[in-house]
Ligand binder design. Structure first.
Ligand code: SF4
Length: 339
């Protein structure tokens, strides 16, 4: 098996909730379990899509993988090296390899900097290339992402949303990275420009041999770019596999509900439509046992009584496709019985 470029082992990220001074004093502080024990291997050159509803922990996991967030527990490795064990200087160097494209290009760009200064800042911070050649490099980067050299003198407010996202991509690209977390890279953009940005990411991957983690809730975006998919629910992974495996039976019941809820389903989709009850439960006080059991269309009596969420288990001996539900083969029968 190919060694992963980036991997997580037992990754946990918790945040304290906002609470009264008295609650803190009495040690009754509560914690949001945003990422709750994730194991993940991202192979060189692939795009792994991370999907799930809003608030399930996708962005937190993405930030932890590039060490924008220090994990509460567990390990993140890049080329086998534990990022938390690196010295400050080594970690700073390593950040060149691990970049992040933010969901909201408007918020991620400093409104006081021109486009040229914003891209050049990345070169200056990491002292990349001779100082006298950096402006030329900025122009080259702008052209690489489909902007004109004249955009260098503009401010973010003078650009469209799609152009601002291209600037964000140019900033990430400036440091010659290996791995980029693309956090909902087109969800804030007009539908008319989304395809252009996705095509750009695909072209850049081919040209520079990039590896992506694509954080997405729109499954049509996933089909456009991804090689594999990891499905996340309340801070845990419930299914991992190739796009073909995850989007075809057998499914984890949560994956099935996500696929059946796509607004314009694939005309080949022959399944039932499953509308999940209610919102994702609170990550501060998640359900016991299988965290999905409060919304699952086939929940069995003991799903909420286990000590922990079920483990990811290989499907039919296929190590590349794993589902965290020992009852997944009952899904068709349960859904048919409900109709
Ligand atoms: S373990 Fe139980 S609750 Fe969880 S997905 Fe499977 S059937 Fe549903």
């Amino acid at each position: 098996m190919t060694d992963p470029l980036v991997s997580a082992e037992g990754l946990v990220k918790r945040y304290p909730t906002e609470e009264s001074f008295l609650a803190r004093l009495l040690g009754r502080r509560r914690w949001v379990r945003a990422v709750d024990g994730v194991d993940l291997r991202i192979r060189p050159g692939e795009t792994l899509a991370l999907v799930g509803e809003s608030g399930c922990g996708k962005s937190t996991l993405g930030r932890a993988l590039v060490h924008l967030e220090e994990p509460t527990a567990g390990t993140v490795r890049h080329r086998g090296d534990d990022l938390s064990a690196l010295s400050a200087a080594d970690l700073r160097d390593r950040r060149r390899d691990l970049q992040y494209v933010f969901q909201n290009p408007t918020a991620s760009l400093d409104p006081r900097l021109t486009v040229g200064d914003a891209v050049r800042e990345a070169l200056d911070v990491h002292d990349i290339g001779p100082v006298g050649e950096r402006d030329r490099r900025v122009v080259s980067l702008l052209e690489t992402v489909g902007l004109r050299p004249s955009h260098a003198s503009r401010y973010p407010r003078e650009l469209s949303g799609g152009q601002r996202q291209r600037v964000g991509i140019a900033r990430a690209l400036a440091v010659d990275p290996e791995f980029i977390v693309c956090d909902e890279p087109v969800s804030a953009l007009d539908v008319s420009v989304q395809a252009g940005v996705l095509n750009l990411l695909s072209d850049l991957q081919d040209e520079f041999g990039l590896t992506y983690l694509l954080v997405a809730h729109d499954l049509s975006v996933v089909g456009h770019l991804a090689d594999r998919v990891a499905v996340m629910y309340l801070g845990e992974l419930v299914e991992v596999g190739s796009v073909e495996d995850v989007f075809s039976p057998p499914y984890h019941p949560y994956t099935y509900s996500l696929l059946s809820a796509v607004p314009e389903p694939d005309p080949r989709w022959e399944g039932h439509r499953v509308v999940l009850d209610g919102a994702v439960p609170s990550a501060t006080d998640p359900p016991d046992g299988c965290k999905f059991h409060t919304r699952c269309p086939i929940a069995q009596a003991d799903c909420g009584e286990w000590d922990a969420h079920p483990d990811l288990e290989a499907v039919d001996g296929d190590a590349d496709h794993a589902i965290a539900c020992p009852y997944h083969d009952r899904l068709d029968a349960e859904l048919a019985a409900d109709r």
